[in-house]
Write a protein that binds this ligand. Structure first.
Ligand code: NAP
Length: 554
C-alpha cells in the first residue's frame, strides 16, 4: 500500500509503521490481524508481559467472565470457533487467557508485538499527518494511524488511603494479581470492595483464610451464575448454529444471541406472574436473561422495583443472620443500573464462622495502619489486604497517555469535563487516531469481543476506503462529535442508568466528571448508525487527500 513506511517489525527494531496499535488485549490482537490483512506494516505496543489485556492482569481467585463462553469469543474465524472447546458455561480467567494465547499463536500475531512497553505520550504532526508515540522501552515510534486498544477496565485503582506504605503485611489489587497466585491459608485477610471482583474472589479467599473481614461500602445486586460444565450436546448444537448465532448477536441490544427480547411491561403482569418469571430467571442464571424478564426494567422505576424487591427477598433467604442480610440488601440504586454481578456461593459465604461483613458506609475506612486498617469505629489486624476497588474505567488508560492532537491541545484538557467522542471511535482534534470501544460506544454494555470486532471492522473498512481514494487524513468534525455526545446523553437520560453512582458515570473516582460514558441505545442501533455513516462516505468526518486541501465534511 502507498502508506508503507518501513520493513517488517521482525527484521529490525522498527520505529516507523503504517499503523500503531496500543494494547494487545482482545481488541488489539484483532486489530493487528485485520490491519495486516490490509497489507499494512503494524507495530503493537503492550504494557503487559504477554497478550490478553484484562485476562492477563486479573488473575485473582474466582476470576471468570460473566458472559457465556460460546458468546464471549471471537467470531471472525469459523475454523477458530469450531476447533476451540470451552469446558464450562462461563470461562475462567486461565481458560480465557489460554484461548487468547491460542489466537495469538494461531494467527502468528506475536512477532509484531513489543511487550513490557508502555506508551507514555503521543503527538500528532499536522504537517506530515503522522503520530509519534514515546514509549518507555523502545524510544519514539511513529505511524500515520494510531489505534488505541487500551481497554475499558485497565487502570486499576487503589483508594488514596493514608498509611498504605506502612502496612507490614502484603496487599494486592485484584486487577494486578501476582502471577504465582496467593495462598491465604491461615491468614487474617481484609477484602475492600464488593463489586464483581470482590464478589468472585471472596468465597474462595474465605475458604483459605483464618478469618476474612469484608468491607462493603455499597451493597450490590448479585444473581446466581449457575455455572456448570458445558455439555457436549449444547456445544455441538451451538457450534452448528454459530454463523447464525453471530449474525443474530449483531442485531441485539447487548450483542449477545439467545435471549429473545421481552415484549411485556413488568407492570402489566400480576404479582404471581412476576414472581414466577423472576424465579425462572433466577434458576436459569445470568444477568441478561434476568433483565430481559420484562421490557421496562431499565426504563421505569416502578417496574424495576418489582425485580429489585424479588432479589432482596432472595438475599434474606440465603443469609442466616438477619442483621447481615439487611446490610447486604442493595437499596441505593435500581437493579441493573450498576453492572449486575454473577456469583457462585457469595451470599452463603456470610454464613461461615470465619467471615465478618463490615459496613464501610456507616464507618468509612480512614487509614491503613502497620497492623491492618482503621475505620471511624474500629481497628482491624490483617496479614493481607485485598483491594477489590475497581478501575478508572473507560477513560483512565487513554488519559494516562499524554496525548496531543493536531493543534497541540492535550486530551486531558479536552476531556476535563468528561470524555467526548464521535461514536467512541474518533475524537475531534485528534486526526488519524481511532479508539477501540471508546467512551460513547456500547463497549462495556455489549459483548466486548464482538464490540472490538465491530469497531475494528469499521476502522479497517475506513482505512481501505482512504487508500482507494488516496486520502491520508481523517478526523471527526466537531459538530458530529457534539451531536453524538448529545445523543449519547439523551439516550442515557431516558433510562434509569444515571440514577446509580456507578463507574459508568465516573462516580467511583473522586473528582471524576459525572457523565454517562457507555452508549446504551443498543449495540444493534449503534452498529446501524456506524454502517450508515460509512455508506455515506464517512458522514461527519473530514477526509483529506495527500497535498490537497481538506474535502468538505460530507
Ligand atoms: P467495582 O465494581 O468498581 O467495585 C469496586 C468496589 O470497591 C465497590 O464495592 C466500591 O464501593 C469499593 N470501594 C472503592 N473505594 C472504596 C473505599 N474507599 N472504601 C470502601 N470501598 C471502596 O470494581 P470491580 O469489582 O473490579 O469490577 C469492575 C468491573 O469490571 C465490573 O463492573 C465488570 O464490568 C468488570 N468485571 C467483570 C467480571 C466478570 O466478568 N465477571 C469480573 C470482575 C470485573 P462503592 O460501590 O461504594 O464505590
Amino acid at each position: 500500500m502507498s502508506w508503507q513506511a518501513s520493513a517488517s517489525v521482525s527484521e529490525k527494531p522498527a520505529t516507523e509503521f503504517d499503523a500503531i496499535v496500543v494494547g494487545a488485549g482482545v481488541g488489539g490482537l484483532y486489530a493487528l490481524h485485520r490491519l495486516r490483512g490490509l497489507g499494512l506494516n503494524v507495530g503493537v505496543f503492550e504494557a503487559g508481559g504477554d497478550v490478553g489485556g484484562t485476562w492477563y492482569w486479573n488473575r485473582y481467585p474466582g476470576c471468570r467472565c460473566d458472559v457465556e463462553s460460546m458468546e464471549y469469543s471471537y467470531s471472525f474465524s469459523d475454523d477458530l470457533q469450531q476447533e476451540w472447546h470451552w469446558p464450562e458455561r462461563y470461562g475462567t480467567q486461565p481458560e480465557i487467557l489460554r484461548y487468547v494465547n491460542h489466537v495469538a499463536d494461531r494467527f502468528d500475531l506475536r512477532r509484531d508485538i513489543r511487550f513490557d512497553t508502555r506508551v507514555i505520550s503521543g503527538h500528532f504532526d499536522a504537517a506530515s499527518n503522522h503520530w509519534t508515540l514515546q514509549t518507555d522501552r523502545h524510544g519514539a515510534v511513529s505511524a500515520r494511524f494510531c489505534i488505541m486498544a487500551t481497554g475499558n477496565l485497565s487502570t486499576p485503582r487503589v483508594p488514596d488511603f493514608p498509611g498504605l506504605q506502612s502496612f507490614a503485611g502484603k496487599w494486592y489489587h485484584t486487577g494486578l494479581w501476582p502471577h504465582e497466585g496467593v495462598d491465604f491459608t491461615g491468614l487474617r485477610v481484609g477484602v475492600i470492595g464488593t463489586g464483581s471482583s470482590g464478589v468472585q474472589s471472596i468465597p474462595l479467599i474465605a475458604k483459605q483464610a483464618k478469618h476474612l473481614h469484608v468491607f462493603q461500602r455499597t451493597a450490590n445486586f448479585i444473581l446466581p451464575a449457575r455455572n456448570a460444565a458445558l455439555d457436549a450436546g449444547t456445544e455441538q448444537r451451538q457450534k452448528a448454529e454459530y454463523a447464525e448465532r453471530r449474525r443474530a448477536a449483531l442485531a441485539t441490544p447487548f450483542g449477545i444471541a439467545g435471549h429473545p427480547p421481552p415484549v411485556k411491561s413488568a407492570l402489566e403482569a400480576t404479582q404471581e406472574e412476576r414472581d414466577a418469571a423472576y424465579e425462572a430467571k433466577w434458576a436459569e442464571g445470568g444477568s441478561i436473561s434476568f433483565l430481559y424478564a420484562y421490557n421496562d426494567l431499565l426504563l421505569n422505576k416502578a417496574a424495576n422495583d418489582t425485580a429489585a424487591e424479588f432479589v432482596r427477598r432472595k438475599i434474606r433467604g440465603l443469609v442466616n443472620d438477619p442483621a447481615v442480610a439487611e446490610l447486604l440488601l442493595p437499596r441505593d440504586h435500581p437493579i441493573g443500573t450498576k453492572r449486575l454481578i454473577l456469583d457462585t456461593g457469595y451470599y452463603e459465604t456470610y454464613n461461615r464462622d470465619n467471615v465478618t461483613l463490615v459496613d464501610a458506609r456507616s464507618a468509612p475506612i480512614e487509614e491503613i495502619t502497620p497492623a491492618g486498617l482503621r475505620t471511624t469505629e474500629a481497628e482491624y489486624d490483617f496479614d493481607a489486604i485485598v483491594f477489590a476497588t475497581g478501575f478508572d474505567a473507560m477513560t483512565g488508560a487513554l488519559l494516562d497517555i499524554d496525548l496531543h492532537g493536531a493543534a497541540g491541545a492535550s486530551l486531558k484538557d479536552k476531556w476535563a469535563d468528561g470524555p467526548r467522542s464521535n461514536l467512541g471511535l474518533m475524537i475531534a482534534g485528534f486526526p488519524n487516531m481511532f479508539l477501540i470501544t471508546g467512551p460513547q460506544s456500547p463497549s462495556v454494555k455489549a459483548q466486548m469481543i464482538l464490540a472490538c470486532e465491530q469497531h475494528t471492522d469499521w476502522i479497517v473498512d475506513c482505512l481501505g476506503y482512504m487508500e482507494s481514494h488516496r486520502l491520508v487524513r481523517i478526523e471527526t468534525t466537531q459538530a458530529a462529535e457534539d451531536s453524538w455526545v448529545a445523543h449519547n446523553n439523551e439516550v442515557a437520560n431516558s433510562t434509569l442508568y444515571p440514577l446509580a453512582n456507578s463507574w459508568y458515570m465516573g462516580a467511583n473516582i473522586p473528582g471524576k466528571p459525572r457523565i454517562f460514558m457507555p452508549y446504551v441505545g443498543g449495540f444493534d442501533r449503534y452498529k446501524q448508525v456506524c454502517d450508515e455513516i460509512a455508506a455515506k462516505g464517512y458522514e461527519g468526518f473530514t477526509l483529506t487527500a495527500a497535498k490537497t486541501l481538506a474535502l468538505e465534511p460530507i
